[in-house]
Design a protein around this ligand. Structure first.
Ligand SMILES: [Zn+2]
Length: 408
């Protein structure tokens, strides 16, 4: 018997009716939340979010710029340089007889103004030695952690920042530099991975902090360097959490006891729950405008890495690039210098305008860094061919492979 479309359609119509009622009430709840949040003064917001880390949901702390104010960009300077470095990698492949990984760093430096210039680079580095393939503590123990998966991703991020320091040091010394990293320095993957302490010591306290210090020094000794990490399509809820903390009528202890992580039986807290930051700023920010500066409210004890919550990398804002809202993390030396913060916003807004909604240098750096699916397959064939040519043992299939290669 054929499907009874009469019955199916009736059930479908009833489901649609429920969905549209839910959507309508959510829209209304969102509008009410925004209205109430916009009425909160910067002082009240700062006070209400000071204990944000003790709330049962993630909430940012607000500063002198307030909870949800919007800030227009100033014009970009006449002469300036935008630099970006991006990376991509080929992970360790356990089906290959050679243990190795490859990190490809790509980047771009564009100078605007009286002497325009544009430079690109693409630099693959193959790692085959034990010193690169494993992280080891320097305490003489025989502990080791293989560099692959999320840890390789974190190492790649560190290498991007190191390469960024090289690129900024090589940039024209007489004009401001916008130094844009793609993504976040919060290392979510590795924070969830429960790695031993020495991994954090080597990657973060050793290498990452050294590279960040070089960038800060480049800014202090020569000309302003506005360093930022840019996340397109963020899925964070920290500002929505700050709004909720401001609207919740309970103190943090009571809030933790009575309000659940997402929803609660307290009307004020409940009605402000369930939104994300992008939603808020889609509604609030005009193209080029940015949100106030926030400080992440995440608790240090939740994470294996200090950096994401340390004072030097805890500030962020949102910007409307023209076609979408992005999250921008900035280091302390940018956050605490109002002129440099304004300059960084001005250059970033201009980059987005030039890139029709997305920073030009990040797109170009990505083009230089990307390793395609075809590249990966060729990399595998090349490895097998070279092993065979050097008389190293390879799986039987490799021999057929190398005979077929046009350049073998
Ligand atoms: Zn609450």
């Amino acid at each position: 018997m054929a499907l009874d479309f009469g019955q199916t359609a009736r059930q479908m119509m009833s489901a649609m009716g429920n969905l549209s009622t839910t959507a309508r009430s959510r829209r209304q709840r969102f509008a009410d939340t925004l209205d109430r949040a916009l009425a909160i003064t910067p002082d009240d917001a700062a006070q209400r979010t000071a204990s944000a880390a003790n709330r049962p949901f993630i909430a940012a702390r607000t500063g002198p710029e307030g909870l949800l104010d919007t800030i227009p960009p100033s014009p970009a300077p006449p002469d300036w340089t935008a630099v970006s470095v991006d990376g991509s990698h080929i992970d360790v492949d356990r089906h290959l007889p050679l243990r190795c990984y490859l990190i490809n760093l790509g980047g771009c430096a564009i100078t605007y103004g009286a002497n325009p210039d544009c430079q690109f680079f693409s630099e693959p580095t193959l790692a085959t030695g034990d010193a690169d393939l494993y992280l080891r503590p320097d305490d003489g123990s025989n502990a080791e952690t293989p560099v692959s998966g999320a840890l390789l991703g974190a190492l790649r991020t560190v290498r991007e920042v190191e390469r960024m320091a090289d690129a900024v040091e090589a940039a024209p010394p007489t004009m401001p530099v916008l130094a844009l990293l793609d993504g976040t320095l919060a290392f979510w993957d590795i924070q969830r991975g429960n790695y031993p302490r020495y991994v954090v010591e080597i990657l973060v306290n050793g290498r990452l902090r050294t590279a960040l210090a070089r960038l800060r020094e480049a800014s202090r000794s020569r000309r302003p360097v506005a360093l930022a990490a840019y996340t397109s399509r963020p899925q964070t809820t920290e500002v929505a959490g700050a709004v909720r903390a401001c609207l919740c009528v309970s103190n943090p202890v009571e809030c933790t006891r009575r309000c659940s992580a997402r929803r609660s039986d307290l009307a004020q807290c409940d009605s402000a729950a369930g939104f994300d930051d992008r939603e808020l700023f889609d509604a609030l920010l005009e193209p080029g405008h940015r949100s106030p500066l926030y400080q992440t409210g995440r608790r240090a004890s939740h994470f294996a890495l200090d950096l994401a919550v340390g004072a030097e990398w805890s500030r962020f804002y949102y910007v409307n690039g023209g076609t979408e809202v992005a999250r921008v993390e900035v280091p302390d030396w940018v956050a605490e210098d109002p002129d440099l913060l304004a300059l960084s916003h001005a250059m970033l807004a201009k980059q987005c305008e030039l890139g029709l909604g997305y920073p030009v240098v990040i797109s170009e750096a990505h083009e230089q860094a990307v390793v395609s699916g075809r590249d990966r397959e060729e990399f595998r064939k090349l490895t097998l061919m070279l092993m065979e040519q050097n008389g190293l043992p390879t799986p039987e299939s490799a021999k057929t492979f190398s005979k077929r290669l046009p350049w073998a």
